[in-house]
Every structure is written in structure tokens, then in C-alpha cells.
Design a protein around this ligand. Structure first.
Ligand SMILES: Cc1ncc(COP(=O)(O)O)c(C=O)c1O
Length: 387
């Protein structure tokens, strides 16, 4: 028998490998024995290392143990799980919420429970893999509309059979492009076509809108979002996902969502840390962190202006720089690495071929010096004709 995956892994240029952090402190980490500034994390507010978050996790671990020992429906639901869910639902102005082990499990667990054969999902072309996988596993028909294009969605809604459930889904902030979805137009189409409207605001939650409630609140259409998904793994600095919506939706998920039912529940410490992070997000301290993040976004805009990169406007803390070729990515990556900067290179299949890019993730934890080092590195790449 030949080696497993032998032919699939034969192309060494596209082969993925793990990068090991010997230690990590939010915006900085030691990789291969060298301290690097990370422009790769989704820890947008730097809460993963906040003392209040860590203390909450430790207290819950002492009180409930590290592992929960059972699935949620058996004996894996603790007071911190319920407290997090109630706080998350109230924060998003929804009657109820349900926590999952990850955002991936939330999306796949939601779509497979809610939809089946005869139903239709209309998803933005660039929706996150967890949404597309959930739609495919559900057996519903998956129709992908052109990215951020309500006109294309309208045409596809008109052309699709009007039977079964129809669900329109979009990311709030797109994970690889950093642009924001036209939520008002999408909500209007959902209303007109009697479709369920779902927003996965993994990257907007904690960052955008009043008190960091996310893109639906920022655009003032949150009451038209039937299903609001977010994660604990990004601005909350932790791990896990959650779904907020009607009581009936959440009861349905508790009864029919297989990743929720047939999996050991996330540790109480995970929920307690999420709750502490949520309290910070809502507080004045959270507001200050969001201001710092916006300041860092402004500095990033200046860096891009200096190198003459104006392919697309900077709409969020996720900033893509499309390089379009693997060779360019490799040369520039080496340059960043030599300067102690980790700027992740994103290649197909995560992005379409030709869309090879650097994805700069900004955090409120980045210092002025971090951004100046990034500025200098981009300046050298420009001077060397590499970008
Ligand atoms: C839009 C979106 N949804 C869901 C997820 C999955 O979340 P998690 O990392 O918690 O599994 C991601 C992850 O990056 C994402 O970008």
C-alpha cells in the first residue's frame, strides 16, 4: 500500500505545516527561538491575556474542574454556561443564546439541525467554510451569490423554487477580505422573500457597533436578524461559538443539533472566561480598546498609502494585501520573518487561486512601535520592488 495522502501531499509548494509557538503573550510570541510580533491573531482587543479573564477561568476551573465530564444534556451544563448564554443573549437583544465548543461547531450544528432536503441556503460566495460545510451537510440546496452583491442575490431568489425553508446567510465582516456585508439590503431581501436571515458576526462581535455589539447593531438592523452567530475565539480572546435568536430556535438546537448534543461540553472555565471578557467588552475599558484598535487601523491605512497599495479600502481590523502569486508571498514572508514580524500568508484553497495574500490582523494590543516596524518592513519591500 502506498503512503496515505502520498499524491495529495506531493506538491510541496502548497503543503501546509504547523508553526509552533514556544511562548505567547497576545501580540508577541516566541517562534523558532525568536521573538516575533504577531499580525495574525484574532485576539482583536488583546483580552486573551487580560488578568480578569484569566482569573475568571482559573476560579471556574477550581470550582468545576478543568473538564466538564459530560455533554450539555447529561451533566455538562454549569452555572457559568448559563450565565454566559444569558449575558450574550441580552447583549445582542435576543431572547436566548446557546454556546458551542467552537464557531465551526455552531455553524455546522445550526444549519444541519435547521435545514434539510427541499430547503435552500443562499450564501455569499465568501462565507466562512463552516457555513458552507453546514449548508452542504444539511442536504439543502446551496446557492452562492456574488460577494456582497444584493442584486445578484435578488436574481437568485427570484429564480429559485419557492418551496421549503429559505435562508440567507452572510458573514458580518469577511474573514479573509475584512470587508463588511451590506446587511440592510440583505435584510430587506430576506423580508421581501420570506427568508430566514442569518449573520455570522465572528469578526465584528466585540469590535463594531455600540459597546461592540457587532455589525447588525452598527447598521441598525439587528431586530431583522433571525439568527446571530458569534464566537468567543476572536475579540473575546477565548474559545467557543454561540448562536443567539428566538427561544424556539434555541430550544430546537438543544433538541436537534448534533454537535451540541453528542459532544463533551466546553469547560465551565471557557464560559466563565467568555463572560468576564464580555463584561470588559461592554465596559469603558472595552470602549478604550476599540478606540486603540481604530487608531491602529488608521496607521495601517497610512502604511498602505505610503506603498501605494489602494486595491481596496480598509474597512476593518482585517487587512488583506493581495499578492496574486505564491513566489511573491514566499519572498515577502522571508523578509517579514527576518525583521521579527509574523504576517500570515494565505494561499489556496483558503482563498481562490490568484488571491494569494497577506492577511494583516490588527489588535488593540499592538503598540506604536509594532506598527512602525511593520511600516519600515513594507517600505523596504516597496523599495526592493517586491511589492
Ligand atoms: C466567519 C467565521 N465564522 C466561524 C468561524 C469559526 O469559528 P471558530 O474558530 O470558533 O471555530 C470563523 C473562524 O475564523 C470565521 O471566520
Amino acid at each position: 500500500m502506498s503512503e496515505l495522502f502520498e499524491s495529495e501531499l506531493a506538491n510541496t509548494a502548497t503543503r501546509r505545516a504547523l508553526r509552533v509557538l514556544q511562548s505567547a503573550k497576545g501580540r508577541a510570541a516566541v517562534i523558532d527561538g525568536r521573538e516575533m510580533i504577531l499580525f495574525s491573531t484574532n485576539d482583536y482587543l488583546g483580552l486573551s491575556h487580560h488578568p480578569a479573564v484569566i482569573e475568571s477561568a482559573c476560579r471556574a476551573a477550581r470550582d468545576y474542574g478543568w473538564g466538564s465530564g459530560a455533554s450539555r444534556l447529561i451533566s455538562g451544563t454549569t452555572a457559568p454556561h448559563m450565565e454566559f448564554e444569558q449575558a450574550a443573549a441580552a447583549f445582542l437583544d435576543k431572547p436566548a443564546a446557546l454556546m458551542f465548543s467552537s464557531g465551526y461547531a455552531a455553524n455546522t450544528g445550526l444549519l444541519t439541525a435547521l435545514l434539510g432536503r427541499g430547503d435552500t441556503v443562499f450564501a455569499d460566495r465568501l462565507c466562512h467554510a463552516s457555513i458552507l460545510d453546514g449548508a452542504r451537510y444539511s442536504g439543502a440546496k446551496l446557492i452562492r451569490y456574488a460577494h456582497n452583491d444584493p442584486n445578484d442575490l435578488a436574481r437568485r431568489l427570484d429564480g429559485a423554487p419557492a418551496r421549503g425553508k429559505r435562508l440567507i446567510v452572510t458573514d458580518g465582516v469577511f474573514s479573509m477580505d475584512g470587508d463588511v456585508a451590506p446587511l440592510a439590503e440583505l435584510a430587506q431581501l430576506a423580508g421581501r422573500h420570506g427568508a430566514i436571515f442569518m449573520v455570522d458576526d465572528a469578526h465584528g462581535f466585540g469590535v463594531f457597533g455600540p459597546q461592540g455589539r457587532g455589525t447588525p447593531h452598527m447598521t441598525g438592523i439587528h431586530d431583522r436578524v433571525d439568527i446571530h452567530v458569534a464566537t468567543l475565539g476572536k475579540a473575546l480572546g477565548g474559545e467557543g461559538g454561540f448562536i443567539a435568536g428566538s427561544r424556539a430556535l434555541i430550544d430546537g438546537l438543544i433538541n436537534f443539533s448534533r454537535p451540541f448534543i453528542y459532544s463533551t461540553s466546553p469547560p465551565a472555565a471557557q464560559a466563565a472566561a467568555g463572560l468576564a471578557a464580555l463584561e470588559l467588552v461592554k465596559s469603558d475599558a472595552g470602549g478604550n480598546l476599540r478606540e486603540k484598535l481604530v487608531e491602529n487601523m488608521r496607521k495601517m491605512v497610512q502604511i498602505l498609502e505610503k506603498i501605494g497599495y489602494n486595491t481596496q479600502p480598509v474597512e476593518s481590523h482585517i487587512v488583506p494585501l493581495i499578492m496574486g502569486s505564491d513566489a511573491k508571498l514566499t519572498d515577502c514572508s522571508r523578509h517579514f520573518h527576518e525583521r521579527g514580524l509574523y504576517v500570515p500568508a494565505i494561499r489556496p484553497p483558503t482563498v481562490p487561486s490568484g488571491g494569494e495574500r497577506f492577511r494583516v490582523s490588527l489588535s488593540a494590543a499592538h503598540t506604536k512601535d509594532d506598527l512602525e516596524r511593520l511600516d519600515a518592513a513594507f517600505g523596504e519591500l516597496k523599495a526592493g520592488g517586491l511589492i
